[in-house]
Ligand binder design. Structure first.
Ligand SMILES: NC(=O)c1ccc[n+]([C@@H]2O[C@H](COP(=O)([O-])OP(=O)(O)OC[C@H]3O[C@@H](n4cnc5c(N)ncnc54)[C@H](O)[C@@H]3O)[C@@H](O)[C@H]2O)c1
Length: 306
């Protein structure tokens, strides 16, 4: 069995070593394609692969057509909107993610962005504190839960809204569960986004929601750029001088927003929420273990295209 690691943005060397150990240990073979510059390199590399480990790499119908021996693709990470799930299903290819493996890394960054916002981009001026402030966690999944855990240490009052997670799960963590996104935004000065990019959530963070946020609003996005309605975001930044936006996913209009609202806006230059040595390693090794468990035992626990 040949397991291809296809990563345009490579794993840390330590993670590759960890992946190799798992795959070698199962008597399977590793192939490595890193920093490819051309899709053709990927199409060539997948030809004889039985399994592929990817990060943000695009797996579309063309890649699946080329990968005639493929049984499984594992996205080492949480979001899997870079894989064409319908095409994978049509090709009888199992798709998995590795939920939870990078959640702490993303959650720490979310809190870091909040501190950055309330301390005025560390410009030496007097800022404000997170303690005692209301934080709304929009989607209480793996990252949202970790944000709640860390925000408790900051002494924040924590609310959450999740369309699918039972209220009891949220309340058991000492977090107030609210019944709608509207209620969350109306209640909380700080909102941290942790919804996946789906047909339902794309463009859903709009002016109607953001305008509900109390004075001194800070919106933190470590989820996906697509969930934000960018035109509305610009409008809200324009009309509300108290509104700040800090994000790990650069908006399309980054240059314009930076020019107009420099003091109230920050974007990381490149998505880096999960870019820690620990998260890299955890997600890579988990992907390798899931592949072996699937190929040897048929375990489909983390399949996302059922
Ligand atoms: N910045 C980064 O590097 C980075 C890293 C990891 C994840 N992410 C993003 O963060 C998102 C969350 O990650 P996660 O690991 O917590 O995922 P997760 O799957 O554990 O949690 C997602 C949560 O969203 C909820 N949800 C889905 N649709 C919803 C809706 N319409 N309204 C409200 N809640 C909804 C689900 O019930 C679930 O609890 C990912 O989908 C990904 O896009 C970004």
């Amino acid at each position: 069995m040949k397991i291809l690691i296809a990563t345009d943005k490579p794993f840390a060397a330590e993670a590759v070593t960890g992946i190799r150990e798992v795959i070698d240990g199962a008597g399977m073979q590793v192939a490595l394609l890193e920093k490819y510059t051309d899709k053709k390199q990927l199409l060539d590399a997948v030809r004889d692969a039985n399994a592929i480990i990817i990060r943000s790499d695009i797996i579309d119908a063309e890649v699946l057509d080329a990968a005639t021996q493929l049984k499984i693709v594992v996205r080492a990470g949480a979001g899997y909107d870079n894989v064409d799930l319908a095409a994978a299903t049509a090709h009888n290819v199992v798709v998995m993610n590795t939920p939870g493996q990078n959640s702490n890394a993303v959650a720490e960054l979310a809190l870091g962005l909040m501190v950055y916002a309330v301390r005025n981009a560390y410009d030496g001026s007097s800022g404000s504190e997170l303690q005692g402030k209301k934080l709304g966690i929009h989607a209480y999944g793996n990252v949202g839960r970790n944000v709640a855990r860390i925000a408790k240490g900051f002494g924040m009052e924590i609310y959450a809204y999740d369309a699918f997670c039972p209220k009891e799960v949220i309340e058991n963590d000492g977090v107030k569960a609210v019944s709608s996104a509207e209620e969350l935004y109306a209640s909380c000065q700080f909102i941290s986004l942790h919804i996946p990019a789906t047909a339902e959530t794309k463009n859903s963070i709009n002016a109607a929601l953001l305008d509900k946020m109390p004075k001194g609003a800070v919106l933190v996005n470590t989820a996906r750029k697509e969930v934000i309605n960018e035109a509305d975001l610009l409008k809200v930044l324009e009309t509300r001088p108290d509104f700040k936006y800090v994000t790990d996913i650069m908006p399309d209009k980054d240059a314009e927003i930076k020019e107009k609202f420099a003091k109230r806006y920050f974007s990381t230059p490149k998505k880096m929420g999960a870019q820690t040595a620990e998260a890299n390693n955890n997600a890579g090794v988990a992907a390798a273990k899931q592949i072996v468990d699937f190929l040897v035992n048929g375990n489909t626990k983390f399949q996302v295209n059922k």
